[in-house]
Design a protein around this ligand. Structure first.
Ligand SMILES: NC(=O)C1=CN([C@@H]2O[C@H](COP(=O)(O)OP(=O)(O)OC[C@H]3O[C@@H](n4cnc5c(N)ncnc54)[C@H](OP(=O)(O)O)[C@@H]3O)[C@@H](O)[C@H]2O)[C@@H](O)CC1
Ligand SMILES: Nc1ncnc2c1ncn2[C@@H]1O[C@H](COP(=O)(O)OP(=O)(O)O)[C@@H](O)[C@H]1O
Ligand SMILES: [K+]
Length: 503
């Protein structure tokens, strides 16, 4: 699913009106009826609805929803915010359509002193500002938003929580944004919904399709997309009857150190559960018996060091290499990394301490081989790329870094973002907070190594890997719950995740 900017959404809106064609008031009616249906589905018995209306088309939607709910015997109070002399023309039409309606009262809000009391079981519908917000809230709008946030009512925001910019909130007034329980976004999610600091404003969000014109949706370009199963499935390469293990490549996994052999085992097991032909796990000497016992399917390459990574085997035989899970960042490991980066000629995944080593020795960024995939979590990202004060800025830095160094940069978390060398950014919808547990990142590294070894290109391996990893976590959480989930469970559910992805 594409994620467009507010400016693009307005363009798509205009194109739809001209080319469907449909009158703008009828498009507003179509959009509003989707909101109405959702509200009636969520709150089926008629309740008190307090609807706050701004001067633009978002307010127009709120007025149309008010009429529909009143006709369904909900008790509706409409509050018109007097913050502008202008009112959008379709909003004006919808205002005239609710005059003298049964179950519906209209009030003008000229000052915060007229603010109604909001009861916990009220449904507050926030139709103050949508995608046309042009500046941070101030004055009456700000006071009303604060009063809504101070209440315990159920808050449903139409299209966007009022006060939230659709993309960049780096200079916004964060105290002037509605904290919705539910946000119902027309046709597409907004980029801002995918950033952690905005979760408290957006609440649970849903996309309501309103049949905007497919032609422009297809042709309009955006760097931002949210992954879905159909797209990820379309990237899979079929396995053929006469394929053999050589077909699916030989991967080298450099992982583990004293006290962190578990990372090596998790990554190795995940790799083998993701279709790799042959796997060699390079580990410090102390891990030999552990690895041979825990993961009999892998071959083992032993470092001369008992406890850390200091050397690597001949690389000629490997189709892809992963380095990082549990390796630590001792001086000799850093030295071995320098040599490794010089010698590698195949795609490579760098995770955990491999990223930290590069963060501490930025000159290594100039030696990165083609086709690298980096998989940092937030802290590792900061060490590699730098600090940022908000997620939008971080995402811009991420895209820039991927372009500058021609690599795939995966920033892990909820809605993991995968930035590709040519500038696109995919957000992953699978996964859950149960995966916020030790070792789950090691599992992802193993999966991506496996896909690279099978011949998937770097960004495709990252996309499939991240989606599959989250899907396995989701399937595991259905059976096991969130609290008890471990990284090993994610591996155990990879078979089911593959089946579900290919279904
Ligand atoms: N996507 C679609 O296809 C469809 C979209 N639809 C709906 O349209 C919505 C977008 O409508 P919209 O463009 O009229 O903008 P909206 O957010 O209502 O407000 C703009 C007004 O607010 C004002 N204003 C802005 N910031 C302000 C501030 N801080 N403080 C005070 N005032 C401020 C601004 O004034 P100005 O910036 O010019 O001073 C202008 O008057 C969209 O979210 C969705 O709900 C559906 O109806 C149909 C299909
Ligand atoms: N709340 C969440 N929602 C979705 N995925 C999550 C969530 N928390 C963590 N994850 C996923 O779990 C993995 C955690 O990786 P990481 O932090 O590197 O763990 P570790 O270092 O312990 O292996 C990432 O793939 C991340 O996307
Ligand atoms: K709104």
């Amino acid at each position: 699913m594409k994620v467009f900017s507010a400016e693009q959404i307005s363009k798509i809106d205009t194109f739809t009106i001209e080319h469907e064609p449909i009158a703008s008031i009828d498009l507003m009616e179509r959009a509003s009826s989707k909101i109405y249906n959702w509200i009636v589905g969520k709150f089926p018995s008629p309740q008190n609805c307090k609807i706050f209306i701004g001067p633009g088309n978002n307010g127009g939607d709120g007025l149309a929803v008010a009429r529909m709910l009143a006709e369904k015997n909900y008790s509706v109070e409409v509050f018109l915010l007097k913050i502008s002399d202008k009112i959008a023309s379709d909003a004006q039409v919808n205002l005239s359509r609710i005059q003298n309606k049964k179950n519906l009262d209209i009030y003008e809000l000229t000052s915060i002193d007229n603010m109604p009391w909001l009861f916990p079981d009220d449904i507050v519908i926030d139709a103050v500002f949508g995608s046309g917000l042009s500046r941070p809230l101030s004055g009456l709008a700000l006071e009303i938003v604060n009063a809504i946030n101070a209440s315990e009512a159920n808050v449903v925001s139409i299209d966007v929580p009022s006060g939230l910019m659709c993309e960049d909130n780096s200079t916004n007034n964060t105290r002037g944004i509605v904290q919705a329980d539910y946000t119902l976004s027309f046709q597409f999610p907004k980029l801002a919904f995918l950033f952690p600091e905005n979760a408290k404003y957006v609440g649970e969000w849903e996309v309501l399709p309103i049949d905007l014109h497919q032609e422009i949706i297809k042709s309009e370009l955006t760097p931002y997309k949210i992954l879905n199963r159909e797209f990820v499935k379309s990237l899979l390469m079929p396995r053929k009857k006469f394929d053999h293990k050589g077909t699916y490549g030989h991967g080298l996994l450099i992982s583990g150190s004293y006290g962190k052999m578990g990372a090596a085992i998790l990554a190795s097991r995940a790799s083998l559960r993701s279709g790799i032909g042959l796997l060699t796990s390079h580990i410090p000497r102390l891990g030999y018996q552990i690895m041979q016992t825990a993961v009999p399917e892998t071959m083992v390459s032993i470092d001369r060091s008992d406890i850390i990574f200091t050397e690597f085997p001949n690389l000629d035989q490997f189709k892809a290499i992963a380095i990082g899970p549990g390796i630590d960042k001792k001086q000799n490991s850093y030295k071995a990394m320098i040599d490794l980066l010089k010698e590698v000629k195949v795609p490579m995944v760098l995770d955990a301490d491999a990223i930290n080593i590069i963060g501490e020795h930025p000159e290594l960024k100039d030696d990165l081989p083609m086709g690298c995939v980096f998989t940092p979590h937030m802290k590792e990202f900061e060490r590699l790329v730098g600090k940022s004060k908000d997620s939008y800025t971080r995402n811009c830095m991420q895209r820039e870094f991927a372009k500058e160094h021609q690599l795939t940069l995966v920033l892990k978390g909820a809605y993991t973002a995968i930035c590709c060398p040519e500038g696109s950014c995919y957000f992953n919808p699978t996964g859950n907070p149960g995966m916020a547990t030790a070792g789950s990142g090691d599992v992802l590294t193993g999966i991506i190594l496996s896909l690279l070894s099978q011949g998937y290109s770097s960004h495709v391996a990252a996309i499939i890997g991240v989606y599959l990893h989250g899907l396995a976590g989701d399937l595991a959480s259905v059976d096991l719950g969130i609290e008890a989930l471990t990284a090993s469970d994610i591996i155990d559910y990879l078979p089911k995740a593959w089946l579900k992805l290919k279904k």
